[in-house]
Design a protein around this ligand. Structure first.
Ligand code: SF4
Length: 308
């Protein structure tokens, strides 16, 4: 059985060890930006699942500078083990939604930190004007710059329900422009969105196989307090996956995705004090162990990964 550092899929951890020669950790940063889906430009409510923290609930305190945020997180992470390399992940809200000189200042500050080996920027495909792409292309010459795009689904009816605020064609064009500038793209997807069948989800995976992307995050749909998704959930308009259902669809996605695409994430939860459902999602280690066990005892996926 082909394995990537003990895991039966091309994991983020495996990619990082190969690329940087050792284990690398992420520091989650808050660049003090907003989002056009929240500030009234496109809407005020945000995506239906997005928490008040702009999907950056684990990011550092924005009242500190970028360097301070990095230092604080390094201090916390390195208490248990010695760590030499980190990725600066601008996570909260839309991290290219600001004047380009501001972006240059905060991204350069992160890249200057000696322990930062790469920059990962979470944003929307409709927030990548040419001057921002010029900047990212320039910074990519200094240290690797990755762009994380929140697609969630390729299906327009679901995109309307979650109030994503841009069509699939916008995503496709952004990926094309990023690829042209040699910027790596990581795509966020959500498994279990209301109204989506397993076939719908696999269509999203199939579509991604045809795009010039380098990584995917497979995120379990979770319902957080204070979101409009929570209101629909409380009205009984949909239910979340059981752990077994999630493992089934997750394995199907991993089987479906091209083995060249790095799997950056296969769970996802949110802060415990905000999580409404599914509550099993907070036991992440258990979910990962079960997934690896299941993938080892099922044999349908093996052939796919042997050629790697
Ligand atoms: S684009 Fe991101 S930050 Fe903006 S509302 Fe949607 S999930 Fe939240």
């Amino acid at each position: 059985m082909k394995q990537w550092n003990g895991k039966p899929y091309y994991s983020f951890d495996y990619m990082l060890r190969n690329r940087f020669g050792e284990k690398v950790y992420k520091v989650a940063l808050n660049g003090r930006m907003s989002c056009p889906n929240r500030d009234g430009t496109l809407g005020t409510g945000g995506c239906i699942f997005c928490s008040a923290g702009g999907s950056g609930d684990f990011a550092a305190d924005p009242s500190f500078s970028v360097t301070q945020q990095i230092e604080q997180q390094i201090e916390a992470l390195s208490q248990k083990r010695p760590i030499r390399k980190y990725i600066a992940y601008f996570q909260a809200f839309t991290n290219t939604y600001a004047p380009v000189d501001y972006l240059e200042r905060i991204f350069s500050e992160a890249l200057r930190h000696p322990k930062i080996c790469a920059l990962s920027i979470g944003t929307r495909p409709d927030c990548l004007p040419p001057e921002v792409l010029d900047l990212l292309e320039k910074l990519n010459q200094i240290k690797p710059v990755w762009v994380e795009l929140g697609l969630q689904t390729i299906h327009e009816r679901t995109a309307r329900y979650i109030r994503r605020g841009y069509p699939l064609s916008c995503f496709q064009e952004a990926v094309r422009r990023l690829h042209k500038r040699n910027l790596e793209v990581i795509v966020h997807t959500i498994l279990g969105l209301p109204g989506e069948s397993p076939e719908d989800i696999l269509e999203t995976m199939e579509y991604l196989n045809g795009q010039n992307i380098q990584g995917v995050k497979l995120q379990l749909l979770h319902v957080l307090k204070g979101t409009d998704l929570a209101s629909d959930y409380e009205k009984g308009q949909f239910r979340t996956y059981t752990r077994e259902e999630y493992l089934d669809i997750l394995i199907a996605c991993l089987e479906h995705l091209s083995p060249d695409i790095v799997i950056h994430r296969i769970t996802g939860d949110g802060p415990k004090d905000l999580l409404i459902a599914p509550l099993w999602a907070s036991r992440k280690r258990e979910v990962l162990n079960l997934l690896h066990h299941e993938m080892k005892i099922r044999d349908t996926w093996q052939g796919k990964f042997y050629h790697k």
